[in-house]
Write a protein that binds this ligand. Sequence first.
Ligand SMILES: *Cc1c(COP(=O)(O)O)cnc(C)c1O
Length: 415
Amino acid sequence: MSFLAKNDPEIYALFEQELERQSYNLEMIASENFASNAVIEAMGSILTNKYAEGYPSKRYYGGCEIVDKIEEIAIERAKKLFNCQYVNVQPNSGSQANQAVYQALLKPYDKILGMDLSHGGHLTHGAKVSSSGKNYHSFSYGVELNGRINYDKVREIAKIVRPQVIVCGASAYPREIDFKAFRSIADEVGAYLFADIAHIAGLVAAGEHQDPFPHAHVVTTTTHKTLRGPRGGIIMTNDEELSKKINSAIFPGIQGGPLEHVIAAKAVGFGENLKSEWKIYAKQVKTNAKILADVLSEKGFDIVSGGTDNHLILLSFLNREFSGKDADHALENAGITVNKNTVPGETRSPFVTSGVRIGSAALTSRGMKDKEFTFIAEKIAEVLENINDISVQQKVRKEVRELSSKFIIYDRPTY
Ligand SMILES: *Cc1c(COP(=O)(O)O)cnc(C)c1O
């Protein structure tokens, strides 16, 4: 019996329920994935006991010889993976990584230009409810009605705004991001280019998406999305001066003692990303997303931008009676977890929306391939075509459970 089961049956019982939920539903939230048992084991470890404020061999505490080695391995692996010279592996999350980048590059009320949240950008790219929109003067660019970034328009906006930082990267954009085009715009207006590759990092690491380096001055990513590591963030650059500013911005700027157990798990995750199998995984993630786009568009659904270059698709219901919220709810009842999302030309409120975002990374980690994704796309279509029919949702829920039980991810859960 596990320690947790014995010491805290109340929490343990909820862990069991969550394992059941993760195992028998189809997880298609584009920002989620399943970390390996090895990554989870590293996270749930004795390293949580250690204070290590500072950086390897420059700590404010004794007894850091071992965590120094672990953090250095995490840094070296990330450098190799993303082909860059300086990495900070301490950010507790993607949002904190971004906050530190702004702190390193900007003075309060400087100008940033990022992608509009409702067009696929992230809160931390200047949304007014985020500190990025409160501490800095934020402006945004968006996508055209065809769902794509128009780089000429971004240039026009940049020339008017004259930002100190241009942020590129997105949370809900199904197309390749042209870092080179962004850099030429940044150079024209004398701005830093900051690429946030939180969603696509796993594809970048595999050579399945254009590299942000050498175009971006600074790059951040989360480690838990397509990278499939522990929940956290990292910051990368090739500029030594910037790397010093970034390190000070993380500690003592916005964080205290680093989560060395999570840093160890990041190292383990990067180790997985460096293996040759990772390239096969990333290719399959893209293939699976394409299958979703192809099958659903054959069934008459409107795919934003007409398809996908990465791990996600956006379905648009602008021309339908039902909303993104309705679709999210119906699919949830059928055991398929997605999220509602605004779409270009949105007519409904952000709480209702006219779209859903569907990702392929998590189910690809479970070993699902072309055949399963074709089946899943058909099931999504069946639920949406019969959106008010609860019996269809119940039938699909059974089929989903049957499929899921053939692709059990944690056969020996470490929780
Ligand atoms: C998910 C995401 C983040 C934030 O990551 P958290 O770890 O949730 O703070 C930042 N930027 C983009 C583009 C993201 O998609």
